[in-house]
Design a protein around this ligand. Sequence first.
Ligand code: ZN
Length: 452
Amino acid sequence: MNDTALRRTPLDPWIAETLGVALTELTPAALEAFQLQRLGATLDWVCHKSAYYRARLAPDGRPPRLEELSAMSRLPFTTADDLRAHGGQLLCVSQDEVARVVTLQSSGTTGPPKRLHFTRDDQEATLDFFHHGMSTLVGPGDRVAVLLPGEVAGSVGALLALALRRLGVTPIPHGFLRELPRALEVLQREGATSLVGTPVQALALARYASMRGIRLELRTALLTTDHVPDAIVRTLAREWGCEVFEHYGMTEMGLGGAVDCAAHAGYHLRVPELFFEVIDPATGQPVPVGTPGEVVFTTLSRRGMPLIRYRTGDRSRLLPGPCPCGSPLPRLERVRGRLAEAPTRTGPGEAPEINTPALDELLFPIPGVVDYRATLRRGPSRAQLSVMALSLRPDEALIPAVEAALDGSETIGAAWRAGRIAVTVATEALGDRLVRGPEKRSLEGLEVRDGE
Ligand SMILES: [Zn+2]
C-alpha cells in the first residue's frame, strides 16, 4: 500500500471542529487539554448528581481536581458489578429526561442486569460519532446493510440508520442475522455496497454466498460488537474483494468507541466523548503506552449515566506514535479477547495459553468453518480442550482439518504431543440458520482437579 495515498481519518476534521481548532492545530497536546477540561466537568457533574459517585469520589463534598490526565489513576474504578448493584444511584438525571434504557443481562450470570440510561443528547452524541465514523468507509450513493438489531428507536441499528442518512447513504435495515437465505436475498435485491455486522455473521454470509455461487459486490464492510479475527478479515477481502474496517465499542461507551482508518493500523478513539486508559488488571495501575492490559474508559460528555474509569474486561494496548494516515488521535490496538479467559492458567509450563483470539486464527481459515464453541478444562498437570466446529453443511473433512490446525499451532501442538493437553474435536452442521446471539465470544474456561 502506498502511504501517500492513505486517506486521513475523517474523525480528524470532526474532532478539530469539536475542539474549535484548525486541523493543523489538532495536536496531542490540544487533545489532552480538551479531555482534561471535559473530565473536570464530568467529575463535577457526577459528584453533584449521583449519590453513588458523590460517596465514592467526593466524601468531603469536594469533587476531585485534576492537574493532568494521569491524575485519573488516583480515582476508583467502576466495574460491571458496581453497575449491576448500584445502577439507579449512578443516574444523574430525572427519569423523564431519560430517552432510552438498555438492559444487558450477560449470559451465565445471575442477579440484577446492567441498565444503562441515555438522554436525548447522549444519543445525539452517538449519532454524531456514527455519522463521522461511517464516513471512513462509505459515502453518498452507498447502500449499507445493517445486520444489527434496529427495530426499537434508539437501538444501535436504528441510530446507525439515522447516521447513514445524514451521510447521504441509504441504510438497508436487516436486523441481527439469523436466516442466511433471507439475508443474502435482501443484500442482492437492495444492491448493498457495504455491510455492518459481527465478524462471525459476516463470515457465515460470505461462506453461504460462496456455497451458492453468488458473489456480493461489496466495496467495504464494518465488523463490530465482537473482537475481530484477522482470518475473517482475510476471508471477506478474498470472497467479496472488499476493504474491511473495524469498530470497537460497547453499550456502556454509548455504543461507539473507536474505528480504524484506511491505514488499518489500530482504532482511532472517540476522543470527544471517551477518555481511555489501559491498566494492569492485577495491580490496577496504568501501564505505559504500548503495553497490553485491560481497557478502561471514562465518559466525557454523557449526561444520563456517566461512567468513571469503567473496567471493560477487554485486553488490548494503546499504540505509540501517530497513525500512518497522519492523524494525531490516540489509537487502540485490535482487542485481544477477554480478561476473563486468562485466569484459568494454573502454573508455568503446565498448559498452553489458549484463548479465543488464538483459536480464531487457527480455526477460521479452515474452509467451511463458520463458527465454533470451545471449552478448556485445566487441571494441575493436564488440560482438556474440546472444540465443536460449526459448518453450514455436514462435512467429513472438517474434523481432520481442525485437528491438523490445532496440531500445527506452536502452543497447542507441542503440548498435545507432550501429553500435557488432550484435545477432542466434534462438528455440527447449522444448516441455513445461525444460532449465536450478539454477545462477545469467549472461551468457556473451567478449572478442575486431575481425575475429574
Ligand atoms: Zn489513521
